[in-house]
Design a protein around this ligand. Structure first.
Ligand SMILES: C[S@@+](CC[C@H](N)C(=O)[O-])C[C@H]1O[C@@H](n2cnc3c(N)ncnc32)[C@H](O)[C@@H]1O
Length: 260
């Protein structure tokens, strides 16, 4: 991957993810071993949301911002031929080590999910769980996902809900019940000066913005999910408390279709 002309957020996100890759490795190891996929910060079971086709036999699938690659592993176990792309060399080291351990045949590529090396119409299925969906500019990565999907292809992504950003203090602490910043105009969140876990620049949009960006990229939205935190479980997860996320939406997922 060329380093030329990379935007500030690409450089920062590559640095950040290389620096935290060791912390994420044990989570990746555990997730590769799971037979039943679970999604997001609350571990929503696949049986509740049905984001993956039960059989992916014969499908070419791509994971955009694959990290340690466990979503790719889940798709490969369902029969898909899987490629994962990620900006962080260190995250890919973990992904390749776990692929060597499990032997599922997942291919990992180093690159930017906003401008991939893949040919037009290469894939039947594209997915991102907190990968491109959080760390790439929506107006760039959605257009790229549409380009590399075949007609009739499907896109699934899961990420942080814009409401959780509206209530997120700038110091990086848990979301509050106060409005900390405007909803309209949400796009990039710069966490490099945060007191807690400093580093990284994330992206989100207001819900209407997600619909607009998906439509502009040529997708038709099939489903929007706003999963609620479970009634029992850990008291907090990453950026929110469970109590908060029982009352307000911490995450969202979209399923979209590229018309044939
Ligand atoms: C939270 S991980 C997502 C993977 C996995 N689902 C998980 O939750 O651990 C975020 C990943 O996005 C990757 N990433 C950030 N910016 C990216 C970009 N422009 N292109 C591809 N991957 C990117 C990071 O390197 C990191 O591995």
């Amino acid at each position: 991957m060329s380093n030329d002309n990379q935007s500030t957020y690409l450089q920062e996100n590559r640095r950040y993810w290389n620096s935290v890759a060791d912390w994420w490795a044990p989570r990746g190891e555990a997730a590769w071993q799971r037979r039943e996929p679970v999604w997001g910060i609350w571990g929503v079971p696949e049986s509740e949301v049905q984001l993956l086709p039960t059989s992916m036999q014969g499908l070419n699938a791509v994971e955009l911002g694959c990290g340690t690659g466990y979503v790719g592993a889940w798709m490969a176990r369902r029969g898909a031929v899987v490629t994962g792309i990620d900006l962080s060399e260190r995250q890919l080291e973990t992904a390749r080590r776990l692929e060597a351990d499990h032997g599922l045949g997942v291919t990992f590529v180093h690159g930017n999910a906003e401008a991939t090396p893949f040919a037009d119409a290469s894939f039947d299925f594209a997915i991102s769980e907190y990968g491109a969906a959080l760390w790439c500019d929506p107006y760039l990565w959605l257009r790229e996902a549409s380009r590399i999907l075949k007609p009739d292809g499907r896109l699934v992504f899961w990420t942080q809900h814009p409401f959780a950003y509206v209530t997120a203090p700038q110091d990086g602490s848990l979301s509050t019940e106060r409005l900390e910043r405007p909803y309209f105009g949400l796009r990039m969140m710069d966490w490099t000066a945060a007191a807690e876990d400093p580093g990284g620049m994330e992206f989100t949009l207001p819900l209407s913005g997600w619909f607009e960006a998906l439509t502009a990229a040529g997708f038709v939205v099939e489903r929007l999910l706003e999963p609620q935190a479970p009634a029992t479980g850990p008291d907090e997860a990453f950026f929110v408390s469970r109590r908060w996320a029982q009352a307000y939406p911490s995450e969202l997922a979209f399923v979209a279709h590229k018309p044939g």
